[in-house]
Design a binder for this molecule. Structure first.
Ligand SMILES: [Zn+2]
Ligand SMILES: [Zn+2]
Ligand SMILES: [Zn+2]
Length: 98
């Protein structure tokens, strides 16, 4: 009689893939793009350019506490669906509107 004992060692190797995040965008803040509509923040948002919004009060920039900035119109539309920053998925709270 032989009692064979097979020990299973399930080693799950978690390989962390180093995501190649591009952080080099910050070299020129003045040319920053709104990641939602892909238009420059200095310009009007894509809705205002298409005259969907009556931009009587202008198209403002909304800055989040995470440091990201979007057109106020763009982030407002986004926040209707989820209260998160589109870029880092952290909880969005508007720090200032310029
Ligand atoms: Zn935009
Ligand atoms: Zn706008
Ligand atoms: Zn963010």
């Amino acid at each position: 009689m032989s009692s064979e004992k097979t020990e299973k060692t399930d080693k799950i190797k978690i390989t962390l893939e180093s995501a190649n995040l591009v952080y080099t965008w910050k070299w020129n803040i003045t040319n920053e793009l709104c990641s939602i509509c892909r238009c420059e923040l200095q310009e009007e948002c894509i809705e205002c350019q298409a005259e969907i919004n009556c931009a009587a009060s202008g198209c403002h920039i909304a800055w989040g506490c995470c440091g990201h900035a979007f057109h106020q119109h763009c982030i407002f539309r986004w926040l209707k669906r989820q209260q998160k920053c589109p870029l880092d998925m952290s909880e969005w709270s508007t720090e200032k509107i310029t």
